[in-house]
Design a protein around this ligand. Structure first.
Ligand code: FE2
Ligand code: FE2
Length: 272
């Protein structure tokens, strides 16, 4: 099973730049082309939030247009820049999975790895929250299938990264979430967005991680008083490959045109 994770696409209305600088739509276009060029073809795509920049309907419309070439099932969760209602209108099949819950969470049962979408949105805030109700839901879902490899995906990471200004937009309830996840060792990963960088940590008996944005990256600055800033490092996405013999193996892919591939060997010999 090959799972692609894209995140923090931050789509704006046509003609508008994110932070007056980043034309996020062509970045997503290039990410979609990169994913479509993958062989073997991914089975699913996870989109871990901040899909649009301000939750506007016209942004979701533009997002759908950009995602249209992807004939691969896509499962999204909201980020702090999204609007639950807008996301639900844009993805009616996901809204059907959510049902009448006030949180945009659901499970995906159709592949060998079970996928659990968590909603970490705290409306009106850049920070996230997992409240008692959401954690109760997660605990109950995880208790249903204790033997099945499972990936939880959400926007806000439940761990501190060392990038001060981002950690201050943290996830309230993260410790309580750790208590839940620790009880369910079938959780292979907690895949997150929000950080616009690839970061991994051992957390609650599993691996929690964030992925690069398809557009702008958060500046790598580990000072507690790091200024809130982004850089135009190469954009990227992640591939989480699952096989019965390896479990989940995660790759970070950069997007762009680079020289190569060049061979290491010629006529059966390492090129000297
Ligand atoms: Fe973001
Ligand atoms: Fe975010």
């Amino acid at each position: 099973m090959i799972i692609v994770q894209i995140t923090d696409t931050h789509i704006k209305p046509p003609g508008r730049l994110a932070y007056r600088r980043v034309d996020t739509a062509p970045f997503l276009e290039r990410a979609v082309a990169a994913v479509l060029a993958l062989t073997p073809r991914p089975d699913v795509i996870l989109a871990t939030g901040d899909l649009v920049d301000a939750g506007h309907a016209e942004e979701y419309e533009r997002l759908l247009g950009l995602l249209r070439p992807l004939d691969i099932p896509l499962f999204a969760v909201p980020g702090n820049h999204d609007e639950r209602a807008g996301l639900a209108r844009a993805f009616p099949d996901l809204a059907a999975r959510v049902g009448d819950s006030s949180f945009f969470h659901y499970t995906v049962e159709d592949w060998p790895v079970r996928l659990i979408a968590m909603d970490t949105v705290l409306p009106g805030s850049g920070a996230g929250e997992v409240c008692a109700e959401r954690l109760g839901w997660l605990d109950a879902r995880l208790a249903e299938q204790p033997e099945r490899p499972t990936i939880v995906f959400q926007h806000h990471p439940p761990f501190a990264t060392g990038i001060g200004h981002m950690d201050r937009l943290g996830l309230s309830g993260a410790d309580a979430m750790a208590d839940v996840v620790r009880r369910h060792p079938q959780v292979e990963r907690v895949l997150c967005g929000h950080l616009h960088r690839p970061i991994q940590v051992r957390w609650a008996g599993t691996i929690a991680s964030t992925a690069p944005s398809t557009a702008h990256q958060v500046a790598l600055d580990l000072r507690d008083d790091a200024p809130s800033a982004f850089v135009m490092e190469p954009p990227g996405y992640q591939i989480h490959m699952w096989r019965a013999d390896t479990g989940v193996v995660s790759h970070t892919a950069v997007i762009g045109d680079y020289d190569g591939p060049y061979p290491f060997f010629m006529d059966g010999k390492l090129i000297d």
